[in-house]
Design a protein around this ligand. Structure first.
Ligand SMILES: NC(=O)c1ccc[n+]([C@@H]2O[C@H](COP(=O)([O-])OP(=O)(O)OC[C@H]3O[C@@H](n4cnc5c(N)ncnc54)[C@H](O)[C@@H]3O)[C@@H](O)[C@H]2O)c1
Length: 367
């Protein structure tokens, strides 16, 4: 499969996403071609990425003044103290805005490093080398960066577009199956937002995509990135249309927060449960026909995780879930703002719902 380039044009920055195989070994050439230059570089890498990939990256950047931090990611490291650690090194080594910070990891590392880059001297060069399927199809693109706090997920952050994204499909080979399913959650979400043809491609090729077979995995990554490009270019700072990408996420973030971001439910798994809840709620309020609901639920059942919500939550958890939903960033009134499904390619934005009705729905799903 050839190397693909998607060019993103936003009000704040234009940049490329390069997608293909063996790209880490070509990073020096990609930087030259993209006209990205810098003297010093800090690589913040995920500890779980196999050393063979790190060695190649470090070797290819050996002509730069290179500094490294390695972090073991969890939602608990998405916090100010991690930002402080990154900034301390940048100040100690006298980085300026023309130097560069590279995130080499999944969505957690990318979100934190992107946020640190965005506020260091009001913005230093930032390159994202995503190492999980989820980060290649979603989090590395579009410029959302941030950290969590006790009030919920990603509540502190910025919109800060990277200067370049390099998605090397080979690096996905070392991901545990569970993490591939997490990335697939966002591919699945994109397909529902896109159209039925896009969804049907997943339906026909699910197994090959989950096994990372070429060209199915590359095509799926490209389709998701292209959808995100279209949305982000129209509404970079999520004034309205970009909320479409939050399909399933109001539920998902509350599910994760309720469990205290425990390993019991990863972000991508929460997204699968969230899409399921959004689809069922859409059917409940009669905007999604039963036939379409069943197509979505059948697909969810084939993904490879147990999607029964009652396996994760008890009825007594519903107040906690609702409270987290109330602090969601999309809300602008006392009601909770949901993104719902009318059909493949037809998403209902800004459905404001009273929390008492939502609580009843959640209690029913826990039966
Ligand atoms: N900014 C955005 O637009 C956006 C969009 C979606 C999700 N997110 C955020 O992304 C985060 C989830 O990202 P994620 O699913 O990538 O999780 P993650 O960063 O925790 O990575 C998942 C796991 O895979 C490991 N890993 C990473 N690369 C590996 C590799 N190549 N081989 C083996 N193991 C590897 C990690 O160490 C971790 O254990 C959440 O915090 C979510 O809020 C952000």
């Amino acid at each position: 499969m050839k190397i693909n380039e998607i060019k993103i044009k936003t009000n704040s920055k234009n940049y490329s996403i390069i997608i293909g195989r063996n790209l880490i070994g070509k990073i020096d050439k990609i930087l030259t071609k993209s006209k990205i230059d810098f003297e010093k570089c800090l690589i913040v890498a995920d500890k779980n990425i196999p050393n063979r990939f790190k060695k190649v990256l470090y070797k290819k950047l050996r002509k730069k003044k290179l500094f490294k931090i390695e972090i073991l990611p969890s939602e608990n490291i998405k916090k100010y103290s991690t930002i402080d650690k990154i900034h301390k090194l940048l100040f100690q080594k006298r980085f300026n805005r023309t130097d560069c910070v590279i995130s080499f990891g999944g969505g957690i590392i990318g979100d934190v490093v992107g946020f640190a880059a965005s506020i260091f001297k009001r913005g230093i060069k930032f390159i994202n080398v995503p190492s999980t399927l989820l980060s290649q199809v979603d989090s590395s693109i579009g410029g959302k960066t941030g950290v969590n706090n006790e009030y919920g997920k990603n509540l502190i952050g910025s919109f800060y577009q990277p200067d370049l994204v390099i998605s090397d499909v080979n690096i996905l080979g070392s991901l545990p199956k569970r993490e591939i399913i997490c990335g697939y959650a966002e591919i699945f979400k994109s397909s529902i937002i896109n159209n039925y043809n896009n969804f049907n491609y997943l339906e026909q090729n699910l197994e090959k995509i989950l096994k990372l077979k070429s060209p199915y995995i590359e095509k799926s990554i490209l389709k998701s990135c292209n959808l995100k490009k279209m949305v982000v270019e129209k509404d970079e700072s999520e004034k309205s249309f970009r909320k479409i990408l939050n399909l399933g996420h109001t539920f998902a973030h509350s599910y994760e927060s309720t469990l205290g971001f425990s390993k019991k439910l990863n972000h991508g798994e929460a997204v699968i449960l969230g899409i399921k809840s959004a689809a069922e709620f859409s059917h409940n309020i009669k905007i999604l026909p039963k036939k379409k609901l069943n197509i979505i639920l059948n697909h969810i059942n084939k993904i490879g995780m147990d999607p029964k919500i009652y396996k994760f939550f008890k009825k007594k958890d519903t107040d906690k879930i609702i409270n987290f939903m109330k602090s969601d960033k999309k809300n602008n009134s006392k009601n909770i703002n949901l993104i719902l499904i009318k059909d493949f390619g037809k998403i209902k934005l800004n459905f404001h719902i009273n929390h008492i009705i939502l609580k009843k729905f959640l209690l029913n799903s826990l039966n």
